[in-house]
Write a protein that binds this ligand. Structure first.
Ligand SMILES: *Cc1c(COP(=O)(O)O)cnc(C)c1O
Length: 421
């Protein structure tokens, strides 16, 4: 292969200079130093013509909006709950008490609203659900015994394994009961310092099973009962929805009810059923929340003002009972007929009924009736290559685009891509 094979922008027999090649790619919008990297690589490979596709690949690896047509509402690979963020460059009263002018508390805004929502004495916001569990265990049970049912020693996707998180916290695991059956007598038989109940989230044990409710456990044991809810349903009554709790929610445990049943603390994610940004919430008894906040790990796990602001916005929407202001709850509430009409307006593809799922490790096995567009064959690679990238799934050899997870504002762009396919 000759050194000049391909279309060297400078022409001639010699390969272009790195700088000239990089400048020729300026229209990709990438900063010059990144273009220098791809130009250098293409020249070193003797394949100058590949520089542009290297640059495009680099651009596509950067974080960018995508159209979620998978029908999975809380898709971990797509950032779980969609969330608008206020992007103004402004200072905030993050840790300033505006009344006294003295140093304030990071828990005075989002966290206190979350406590109000769960009817808890106090709450603390950390980086994610895993951080919430880790901090609770480290602060309240480091070096001490934590009882967990063998049926709840679960792995949630992405490497969150309850026994491993527990070991990292410095707490000692005391296994209770069996995989399918755990009774109150099993918990009574151990003398633990803390009792952890974990929502099985993304799987179900069915058949010959038995487990202990939060209420029964809290009444029977001396130590605090901590419930890792994971999915973050705030209140089983769903008062933020005009039509009340939807059928697909079934028996999903909720923060407010777990605390009312006697849990000393609950932990959950901000970006699952809560519908906020990536965050973790610890809510419950003030004395225990304060101990978590004082632990040295709390500093390493605390979120910044962007996240606290987004959590505050979401909490305020719940308190106003305005579920339609929370993108997740707005999307799950759209009637199938409306989705079907949107699918028909796409012109391309066949209008189909399909099923969306909540995802995010919440409510396994329950589907939400939906509608979308189907194309023959597997077209997912072409759709991902579109601008904006469209993420769809293949069902029985057909590509299905579920419109429940697509923002109506993206319908025009989607229709254009579908017609062009
Ligand atoms: C999702 C989940 C977690 C982890 O939460 P992240 O926000 O993903 O860190 C922990 N526990 C349970 C039960 C979960 O469902």
């Amino acid at each position: 292969m000759s050194e000049t094979e391909g279309s060297a922008p400078s022409g001639g027999d010699r390969p272009p200079s790195v700088d000239a090649l990089a400048r020729d790619l300026a229209d990709t919008g990438l900063p010059h130093p990144l273009l220098v990297d791809v130009a250098r690589r293409a020249i070193a490979d003797g394949d100058v013509a590949a520089a542009r596709s290297h640059a495009e690949a680099l651009g596509r690896a950067l974080l960018q909006p995508v159209v979620n047509a998978t029908g999975v509402l809380l898709h971990t690979n797509l950032g779980r709950a969609p969330m608008a963020v206020q992007a103004d460059a402004r200072y905030t009263n993050l840790e300033l008490d505006l009344a006294s002018g003295r140093r304030g508390s990071r828990s005075a805004h989002a966290a206190s609203l979350l406590a109000r929502l769960c009817d808890a004495e106090a709450a603390l916001v950390v980086n994610n659900g895993a951080a919430a569990v880790l901090l609770v265990l480290a602060a309240l049970a480091g070096g001490r015994d934590v009882a967990v049912s063998r049926g709840e020693l679960v792995e949630i996707g992405g490497g969150f394994r309850v026994p491993e998180v527990l070991a990292q916290s410095g707490a000692r695991l005391v296994e209770v009961g069996t995989t399918n059956r755990t009774r109150l007598a099993d918990y009574r038989g151990v003398d633990a310092d803390l009792y952890l109940k974990v929502h099985q989230s993304n799987y179900r044990i069915v058949g010959f099973t038995e487990s202990v409710s939060v209420r029964d456990l809290a009444e029977a044991v001396d130590g605090p009962v901590v419930v890792d809810l994971g999915s973050g349903l705030i209140d089983a009554a769903c008062q933020w929805l005009a039509s009340g709790p939807p059928a697909w929610l079934a028996d999903e445990p909720a923060a407010r009810q777990a605390l009312a049943d006697g849990a000393a603390l609950v932990t959950f994610s901000g970006d699952k059923l809560f519908g906020g940004p990536q965050a973790g919430v610890i809510a419950g008894q003030k004395e225990l929340v304060d101990r978590c906040a004082r632990h040295p790990l709390a500093r390493a796990l605390r979120p910044g003002q962007l996240v606290l602001n987004a959590m505050q916005q979401t909490a305020l929407a719940y308190l106003r009972r305005d579920g339609m202001a929370i993108p997740f709850w707005r999307m799950v509430s759209v009637p199938v007929e409306e989705l079907r009409a949107r699918a028909a307006s796409m012109i391309a593809g066949e209008v189909v009924l399909c099923e969306s799922v909540p995802g995010g490790g919440s409510v396994p096995g329950l589907a939400i009736p939906s509608a979308g567009v189907a194309l023959d064959g597997d077209r997912t690679a072409e759709l991902r290559a579109a601008d904006p990238p469209i993420i769809a799934r293949v069902v029985d050899g057909r590509t299905v685009l579920d419109l429940r997870t697509v923002d109506p504002a993206d319908d025009g762009a989607l229709a254009k891509v579908l017609c062009a396919l």
